[in-house]
Design a protein around this ligand. Structure first.
Ligand SMILES: Cc1ncc(COP(=O)(O)O)c(C=O)c1O
Length: 392
C-alpha cells in the first residue's frame, strides 16, 4: 500500500482530467491563433477552460491570463506590475517573509535591479498581521504580495484587510492563491486584490498550466514578448491539452468543494489528533484555526525530519519536509525560520498534506506505523550521542 500525503507539492490527476487531456492531445492539435477550423476548435477549447477557471475564482473570463503554472503567474504579477509602475516613481515592493520562492526570488531579482524590497515578519502563528504590512507600505510602494495560504503550514492570510491597506497607499495587491484555489472558496472581489495566481497541478489538474487573474484596468506589462496571445498579456502558443485539463479540474473542484473540503478536513484532523495522541513530543506548527483543510505541519521532538521522511517512505508513506523546491537539501524551512522557531524545531518538522484520493484507512495506517518509527529514530539518536560521548 503506497500512501501519498504530499498534495501540496502536487496532486494526482482526476480521471476526468486524464480523459480530457488525452482526447485533446489526440484531437485538438490546432494552433489557437489559426483562423481555420483546426485553430478555431482549439480556441474554443481554451475559451471553455477560461470560463471554468474564471467561475472558480468568481471572476470574468477576459481577466484570466493563462500561464505555464504558479511560478510564471507570480512572476508575471510582480514583474509585470513593477515594470508598468516603474515610470510612476514607485520603486518599492512588499511581501511576507513566508512567501513561496516564486515570489521571494522574484523580489530578490528585482532588488538586484534597484528595487527596494521589504519582507513583513510573521510570528509563530504563521499569520501575517495587517498592522505589520501597514508599517511596511509607503507612498512609493508599487505592489504588496501576500500569499492566500502558506504551502508549508497551510495558514490562511487576512488578504482582504491587507489589500485595503495596500490600496490606501495606492499600491497594487497580489496574492499567490496556489494553495487555496480548488481547496476553499476563492472570490477575487471578496479578497479585494488586483492580481491572483493559481496553478492547475495543485487541484488535480496537469502540470504546466496556471493562471494569473488580472483585475480589469490593472496596469501590467507582459514579461514574455512575442505574439498577441492572451490579449497581449502572455505571448506563446497555448498548451491546449494542459489548459483543457485545467478547465476540467476547475469544474470538478467547484462541484465538489464544500463536501470535499469537509471530508479532507475531517481526515486531516483525524491524522493530526492521532499523531499528537500516539506520538509523544509532537506539536503542530502554526495557528490551527485558520488553515486550509488539507494541511498539517508537525514537529517531532528529537527526530531529524529528513530521517523520518525516509523511514516513512520505506513504509510506503510519502510526506514532505516543507516546500518541494527545498527537498533534497538539508536547508531548514524558510517559513518555519521566519516564524521564529528554533533550529531544532525547523529541522524536526514534517508536512502532511491530503487530498482527493486520501482515505481514512491511509490516515489510520500512518498513525499506526509512526510511533514505532519515531521511537526507533529517537533511540538511534540517543545511541549516536552516547557513542560520541564515549569516543570523545
Ligand atoms: C504557494 C505556491 N506558490 C507557487 C508555487 C509554484 O507553482 P508551480 O509549481 O505551478 O510553478 C507553489 C508550488 O509549490 C506554491 O505552493
Amino acid at each position: 500500500m503506497r500512501i501519498y500525503l504530499d498534495y501540496n507539492a502536487t496532486t494526482p490527476l482526476a480521471p476526468e482530467v486524464v480523459d480530457a487531456v488525452v482526447s485533446t492531445t489526440r484531437e485538438l492539435f490546432g494552433n489557437a491563433s489559426s483562423v481555420h477550423h483546426f485553430g478555431q476548435q482549439a480556441k474554443g477549447a481554451i475559451d471553455d477552460a477560461r470560463a471554468a477557471v474564471a467561475a472558480l475564482l468568481a471572476a470574468n473570463p477576459f481577466e484570466i491570463v493563462f500561464t505555464s503554472g504558479g511560478t510564471e503567474a507570480d512572476n508575471l504579477a510582480i514583474r509585470g506590475a513593477a515594470e508598468a509602475l516603474e515610470a510612476t516613481g514607485r520603486r518599492h515592493l512588499v511581501a511576507s517573509a513566508i512567501e513561496h520562492e516564486a515570489v521571494l526570488n522574484t523580489l530578490k531579482a528585482l532588488a538586484r535591479r534597484g528595487w527596494r524590497t521589504t519582507l513583513v515578519p510573521v510570528g509563530q502563528t504563521g499569520i501575517v498581521e495587517p498592522g505589520r504590512v501597514r508599517e511596511a507600505v509607503g507612498d512609493d510602494t508599487a505592489l504588496v504580495s501576500v500569499m492566500h495560504a502558506n504551502n508549508e503550514i497551510g495558514t490562511i492570510q487576512p488578504i482582504a484587510e491587507i489589500a485595503a491597506i495596500a490600496h490606501e497607499r495606492g499600491a497594487l495587491m497580489h496574492t499567490d492563491a496556489v494553495q487555496t484555489v480548488g481547496k476553499i472558496p476563492v472570490d477575487v472581489k471578496a479578497l479585494g486584490v488586483d492580481l491572483l495566481a493559481c496553478s492547475a497541478h495543485k487541484l488535480n489538474g496537469p502540470k504546466g498550466a496556471g493562471a494569473l487573474w488580472v483585475k480589469s484596468g490593472t496596469r501590467m506589462q507582459p514579461i514574455l514578448t512575442g505574439g498577441k496571445h492572451e490579449r497581449n498579456r502572455r505571448a506563446g502558443t497555448e498548451n491546449i491539452p494542459a489548459l483543457v485539463g485545467f478547465g476540467v479540474a476547475a469544474r470538478l473542484a467547484a462541484a465538489k468543494m464544500p463536501a470535499e473540503a469537509a471530508r479532507v478536513g475531517a481526515l486531516r484532523d483525524r491524522l493530526e489528533e492521532g499523531i499528537l495522541r500516539q506520538v509523544p513530543g509532537t506539536v503542530v506548527n502554526g495557528a490551527r484555526e485558520s488553515r486550509v483543510p488539507n494541511t498539517t505541519n508537525i514537529s517531532f521532538e528529537r527526530v531529524e525530519a529528513e530521517s523520518l521522511l525516509i523511514a516513512l517512505d520505506l513504509q510506503g508513506i510519502a510526506v514532505s519536509t516543507g516546500s518541494a523546491c527545498s527537498s533534497g537539501t538539508l536547508e531548514p524551512s524558510h517559513v518555519l525560520r521566519a516564524m521564529g522557531f528554533s533550529a531544532h524545531r525547523t529541522q524536526t518538522s514534517l508536512r502532511f498534506s491530503l487530498g482527493l484520493f486520501s482515505t481514512e484507512a491511509e490516515v489510520d495506517r500512518v498513525i499506526e506505523v509512526l510511533p514505532a518509527i519515531v521511537e526507533k529514530l529517537r533511540g538511534l539518536t540517543k545511541k549516536t550521542r552516547q557513542a560520541a560521548a564515549i569516543n570523545g
